[in-house]
Design a protein around this ligand. Structure first.
Ligand code: PFF
Length: 450
């Protein structure tokens, strides 16, 4: 078995590159596709409040913990734990992350495939003049087709593999840096159009006015899962990216900035979707996974220059999805190449084709394999179980086992940086986050009842 040469590891080239790559991982279909439909199904405002609470209280500290582990060890997610605590089973967190990566990429690439269909429809102007019912039918009949959605999914997996194949700095960083800011701009434009539609007020009310009667324990778990999923935390993605971060970067500000950008995009996506949904008379909890694909074209139809905006939006949605899928694939590829001694290129091919194969079953669960429901099983299990569990173990590791001096050195760049909220961070990773995650988790899956 060929040994991996750790002196030749790739790395991110600049501060802006680090932010772009990590934000690129965080910002994706989770914000624009998943957040609106999960928030819609879980009551809107109250869900948003709990979600944002989790991001601040748990999300940012978990993200910083992952960066800390990765940059300390300079290894993939599995190898980092092996190196930092040899002979202890912490590396299982890394293996769990690899399992989560398989599941996430399998169902995520299904949705990413739908975005390609969306692009083609936008180019052919197929959405023009359609009613909400017609759009809804278009989506439902497309996803149930079988063959076509699978082809789009496979194309997407190819794109992902191709970028990962070309390496970290040249692949991931270059693409993320340019395109993410344009995405932000276009979502703002969309939001403005949405809130100025007639009858939009009700949607804003739904999103920002919490109705706590709609909250139960499963909602709280959904909010936690969505926070983890959206920030790309709990499975070692940001351990892996952290391992490519230069020793001079400030990890805490990076974690703050990435989380803030991610949350802003999710909320903006909500501002674009909910007002339009109410304005067009669509119920917030009836569209499921198809929600954004059914609503967004309606908004573009109502916009001057809507055709061009929609095209640009589709393109950027695809890019946002790609900067996320490459980060998931990178977790597996880094593991294969550093631990199993497989060359990076072969590792990419093996990982992408096996995940792609699994993904086909997810896509077909909307069509010929209806009832198998692999899509929903992977979606639920990864976000609501594996990621929170991974996050729980990660904060316990950093809070109690990595060693105070190690943690301080990594976060303060060996004492050079003043880290203002360091004490707060320690209290959170040692006590608050583990207790909160454990409680929500056990409650949500019904192990305890209070
Ligand atoms: N955070 C991504 C999104 O919101 O689309 C999805 C994701 C990427 C989840 C990477 C987990 C991950 F490790």
């Amino acid at each position: 078995m060929a040994k991996f040469d750790f002196t030749k590891r790739d790395s991110f080239g600049s501060r802006i590159g680090v932010i772009a790559a990590a934000a690129g991982s965080a910002i994706g279909l989770g914000n624009i596709w998943r957040f609106p439909y999960v928030a819609g199904e879980n009551g809107g405002g109250a869900f948003l409040l709990i979600y944002v609470g989790f991001i601040v209280l748990i999300g940012v500290p978990v993200m910083l913990s992952e960066f800390t582990i990765g940059r300390r060890a300079q290894r993939n997610a599995y190898g980092s734990f092996k190196l930092l605590k040899p002979k202890q089973p912490w590396y299982l967190i890394g293996l769990m992350g690899i399992a989560a990566a398989f599941m996430i990429l399998a169902f995520y690439s299904t949705v990413a495939g739908w975005t390609l269909e969306y692009l083609i429809n936008a180019i052919s102007n197929n959405y023009a003049g359609k009613t909400p019912e017609q759009l809804s039918n278009m989506f439902d009949s497309f996803v149930s087709l079988g063959f076509k959605p699978v082809i789009f999914q496979v194309i997407f997996m190819f794109l992902t593999a191709w970028i990962v194949y070309s390496g970290v700095r040249h692949g991931i960083e270059r693409y993320a840096k340019i395109l993410m800011p344009i995405l932000l701009l276009i979502i703002i434009v969309l939001g403005i159009r949405s809130v100025t539609l007639e009858g939009a007020g009700e949607g804003l009310n739904f999103l920002f006015n919490p109705d706590f009667s709609k909250i139960d324990t499963s909602t709280v778990l959904e909010a936690l899962g969505q926070a983890f999923f959206s920030l790309s935390i709990g499975m070692g993605t940001l351990i892996t990216y952290g391992s490519y971060i230069n020793k001079k970067e400030n990890l805490s500000t990076t974690a703050f900035e990435v989380s803030a950008a991610d949350t802003a995009i999710a909320i903006l996506a909500g501002v674009a979707i909910f007002p339009a949904m109410f304005a067009f008379g669509v119920e917030p909890n009836t569209s499921g996974e198809g929600l954004v694909f059914k609503i967004l074209p309606l908004i573009f139809n109502e916009m001057p220059g809507g055709f061009a905006f929609q095209l640009l939006f589709c393109f950027l949605l695809i890019v946002a999805a790609l900067t996320s899928t490459i980060s998931v694939l990178e977790v597996v590829v880094a593991y294969f190449s550093e631990e199993l001694g497989v060359g990076r290129k072969i590792a990419t091919v093996i990982a992408a084709s096996s995940i792609g194969f699994l993904g086909i079953f997810c896509t077909l669960s909307f069509g010929p394999l209806q009832g198998l429901d692999l899509f929903e099983i992977f979606n639920f299990t990864s976000a609501n179980i594996l990621l929170p569990l991974g996050g729980l173990l990660i904060v316990i590791f950093v809070g109690w086992f990595l060693g105070r001096q190690n943690v301080y050195d990594e976060i303060s760049n060996s004492g050079i940086l003043k880290v203002r909220l360091y004490k707060v961070f320690l209290i959170i990773v040692r006590f608050v986050a583990p207790i909160a995650i454990a409680l929500v988790f056990m409650h949500g899956i019904g192990i305890i009842r209070i």
